[in-house]
Design a protein around this ligand. Sequence first.
Ligand code: HEM
Length: 514
Amino acid sequence: MIEVYLTSTIIAVLAAIIFHAVYELVYKQKRIYDILKSQNVPGDPFKPFFGHIARFSHNDQILKVRQTQQEKHGKIYLMSFGHRVNLVLTDPAYISDVLRKHANCYQKPELFRTVFSPLIGGTKSLFIGEGEYHRRSRKLLNPAFQHSKLQSMVAIMIVQTAETLHDFQSNITCQNTEVIDLESFFYKLTLSIIISCVFGHEIFSRKSNRKELLCNTYKNVIKAIEYRSIYMVNQIPVIKNLPFWKKDIIDRGSNEIQEFVKEIMIEYREKHCDVQSGIDSSDIIHVLLSAVNQDGVGFTDQELQQETASFLFAGHEASSNLMTWCFYILLKYPDVYRDCQEEVDRLLEEGIVPDFDKLNKMNILDAVLHETLRFYPPLPTIRRECIIENYIGPSDRQIRVPIGTSISIDVYGVHRLAEYWHNPLEFDYKRWLGHEKQNGLSSSYTYLPFSGGKRNCIGQPFAILEAKIITAMLLQRFEFELIPEQSIIPDIKLTMKPKNGLLARVKVRKQNRM
Ligand code: HEM
């Protein structure tokens, strides 16, 4: 009797799971597909469960597949990444409705929270938080990136860069030249810059092995997250919580990151008991600790920790990619390299250290960085999920977007459309200079390396300043040469970076004063 009861219970549970899976993975997605298809949104036929994933067997094919789909269907089309049907947008009119006009009808997808919460220690952060939490957090954190704060962060960025370059230079001088992987180099450097800007720059001078440890932890966790994303482990409910497929690496790394943040916050609080006393400091943590809304309520300890961890991650991953792509461009186009170096030499005569004013005068560097972000946006796709049904697009071509629709904003694609960009496949930094600014820039939704609307990148001015400092100080002190016969293939995982790193030969250019 018990056996019969047990068997029928197991069958009932299995049937419920299968029913739930079919309902969630197939029925709901097919319904969204049909609603969008009935409005003449083009796209290849619906494929349940795995969608068109077979076409993306290599990450470097994503860009090619997207381009083919765009040529076939136009600037708006349907495509399934895994079981989810995506409405892919490369039309600025529709993109601006999603990111700005109807931003309240969208949020970041659930997958985003699954993927990033181990790096952050939860979902209470500006980066992945939603709704009221996000609104409050953005308001409290905006002051951290005000002009005056950024101005004082320049000093921290310069000290960190100079220290790294000093160590780097002492390795090179013995042998005269050195081959390095610029991608790893920039990863470490941007991580130490953001940690110093968050906690103040004394942090590494006392316990310097922390930098190496944290860098390795991030690398390992990110690799494991990418692995799970490729094999779609994170997309499948229940399965994603099982202790397989590198989950142990993620859990261990996540603990290490949270412990690191907790420890440093305690140290910071002990050292700066003046935080609440109104004494100003440029550290981001100081803004976090002293931030209160009009009711006098600030972040809780748990929120503080997650906000801090999210800055550490968001503040280095994309920045290091921008640096890598920028140096790839400089080494590939000698005339661009020469123009930047001449500007740096002119503004930083005899090896002087940059300052805020000098950095603001580096127009060529600024233009090269903006063009690099157009050519190789570190975040080539922005994803959203519809939570309130709404209509997007111009009045004569509106699309009704049902709840649950996944939106993929193809940033890489918009940046390369001839309709908005003159000679889009040419790297032409001059398009960003003064009167030569081209019309593509007049609509900000044709240029989206930092996204747009209320969830745009809060760190944008920080990122540009940092990139200028690093580039200027490197060009001032070293000569770089691309190691020939490398295949530089954009690889899209969490962000877009060269698949096999970027190898360059480096030699010291001239002595400096730091
Ligand atoms: C070249 C460097 C960077 C690029 C290309 C970049 C790009 C982006 C993009 C595209 C978003 C929007 C993501 C989305 O909506 O899904 C974003 C958000 C964000 N970024 Fe950046 N970022 C960079 C550097 C930084 C830095 C240096 C910081 C911190 C110091 C930072 C902090 C953030 C935060 C906190 C958010 C979430 C903002 C919100 O949702 O309100 N980013 N970034």
